[in-house]
Design a protein around this ligand. Structure first.
Ligand SMILES: [Zn+2]
Length: 149
């Protein structure tokens, strides 16, 4: 990746698409539209209306936690996901999709068990894992599919 290359990144707050030089990812880039941190370090709740945009307009890999509020393992996994989203903020975008409230996307990706964790690159599925993972295993799993910085 060259220093001058700009990455498209969707703002976590307003959804605007920003272009950020690859060399500036660690410098807490701010959204040109709403002035919030683009890489907020939060796991971002997305839905059927904006999921495709998030996949297609991010040049960083996109990690998705397909979950539901009634699913015990999903709820237990949420703090793990939140923690990893914060610590890996410059390496990937971390999304959460509530499969109960947002069934179209869950159907499109044939999510049969939850939680299902998926990694996308340039809009395409790279890998999925059915079931929650303990923290260390989740990070090992991600490390296999996310570029190093
Ligand atoms: Zn914004």
């Amino acid at each position: 990746m060259s220093e001058k290359q700009a990455l498209q990144l969707v703002c976590a707050s307003c959804g605007a698409v920003n272009r950020v030089p690859a060399s500036r990812l660690a410098d807490r880039p701010v959204c040109g539209k709403c002035k919030s941190l683009i890489l907020s370090g939060e796991a971002i709740n997305v839905g059927d209306a904006n999921f495709a945009r998030w996949l297609q307009k991010n040049d960083l890999p996109v990690v998705v936690d397909f979950w539901a509020p009634w699913c015990g393992p999903c709820v237990s996994f949420a703090p793990v996901y939140k923690d990893v989203a914060k610590r890996w903020a410059g390496r990937a975008r971390f999304l959460k999709l509530d499969t109960e409230a947002q069934p179209v996307t869950a159907g499109q990706y044939q999510i049969r068990s939850i939680p299902t964790l998926m990694v996308f690159s340039q809009g395409r599925e790279v890998v999925r894992n059915a079931g929650a993972l303990p923290p260390a295993q989740f990070e090992q799993w991600l490390a296999n599919y996310l570029p190093r910085h």
